[in-house]
Design a protein around this ligand. Structure first.
Ligand code: NAP
Length: 299
């Protein structure tokens, strides 16, 4: 599998395994360990987590599987995120979900993720969402301290606009390595609001979440989903590629070096996704999907 070089010291696998839905997969520890080894065999070495996944459960489930074979840790790049606080046993007094990129919350979250994942470092930490109340200087200080302590090696953001990205970058003396954003034929906003142009300009490869729109492309009843399915079915006949593969190929054609995050815990679906790296959509095929998504021709 292709590697994407993010800095001199850090590369990710082109496809990344997402673990948001891990608590729904109903895997025993040993099954999960097998799944991790299977995706490693495919070349997927980068895994995506967040403190909140599974209402604060998923990282611990993953960590328990990893503890069965601790030497696998060195083969993985572990990405985690923090900055969202959900009402839960953890935050009992909180009545609504909120964002918190304060020094105190970032540090507490990282310490907990390290414990849950059974590791002493994160390869990359992302701020999950932009927090309007974030003090960029305070975040920079916290990032630098975590780096110095060896607890987090690299940093990035998720769901950040170019301006939000630039603000945080302006306070750091090392590079933010990625912006993890949504892009799929049901939601192409990041290709229209300057996000991808900004990343291409700075040669920063984005991680792409929900490439399959969380599975909605396959079953949603909306007019948009029906148009998208119809055109993907046509292109599937032309190319003999499966619809999920065409969607990954649609994402991979973006010129900003995207790294799709796979959301399925089914290894056959993971294999199918990875094979999409060999599909080259023509510009016309790509724009037919664009037209189906927008419901009109290009202006
Ligand atoms: P996705 O690939 O868009 O959706 C995965 C869902 O689609 C799963 O429920 C899967 O079911 C289903 N699916 C896959 N192939 C299918 C098919 N051929 N037919 C029907 N259903 C199918 O990805 P996602 O899980 O939404 O997101 C991927 C990763 O991105 C997450 O794990 C997480 O790491 C990350 N993420 C980040 C953010 C953020 O804000 N930064 C937000 C959301 C997600 P099966 O499991 O049964 O295959």
């Amino acid at each position: 599998m292709k590697r994407v070089q993010l800095t001199e010291q850090l590369s990710f696998s082109q496809f990344i395994q997402g673990y948001w839905r891990l608590d729904e997969w109903d895997m025993r520890k040993q099954d999960l360990l097998t799944f991790i080894m299977q995706h490693l065999d495919l070349g997927i070495t980068t895994v995506d987590h967040a403190d909140i996944y599974g209402l604060y459960q998923c990282e611990a489930i993953f960590g328990q599987a990893l503890a069965l074979q601790p030497e696998l840790r060195q083969q993985l790049e572990i990405v985690s995120k923090c900055g969202i606080k959900l009402p839960s046993e953890k935050f009992l007094t909180q009545s609504i979900p909120l964002y918190d990129n304060s020094a105190e919350h970032i540090r507490a979250s990282v310490e907990q993720s390290l414990k849950n994942l059974h590791t002493d470092y994160l390869d990359t930490l992302l701020l999950h969402r932009p927090d309007v109340l974030m003090h960029a200087d305070q975040v920079a200080e916290t990032f630098s301290a975590l780096k110095q302590e060896g607890k987090v090696r690299h940093f990035g953001v998720s769901n950040y606009s170019p301006q939000q990205f630039d603000l945080l970058q302006s306070r750091l003396d090392f590079k933010l390595v990625t912006n993890q954003v949504e892009f799929n034929p049901m939601n192409m906003q990041t290709s229209a609001d300057g996000t991808f142009e900004h990343l291409q300009m700075h040669r920063i490869a984005p991680m792409i979440w929900s490439c399959l729109a969380g599975g909605r492309i396959f079953n949603e009843d909306s007019a948009k989903a029906k148009r998208v399915r119809a055109v993907l079915t046509e292109i599937s006949k032309e190319t003999h590629a499966a619809i999920d593969q065409l969607i990954y190929a649609f994402v991979l054609k973006l010129p900003c070096n995207p790294m799709p995050i796979i959301g399925s815990g089914n290894i056959e679906r993971v294999k199918s996704a990875v094979a999409a790296a060999n599909i080259n959509l023509s510009n016309e095929q790509w724009y037919r999907i664009w037209v189906a998504s927008n419901g009109h021709n290009v202006p």
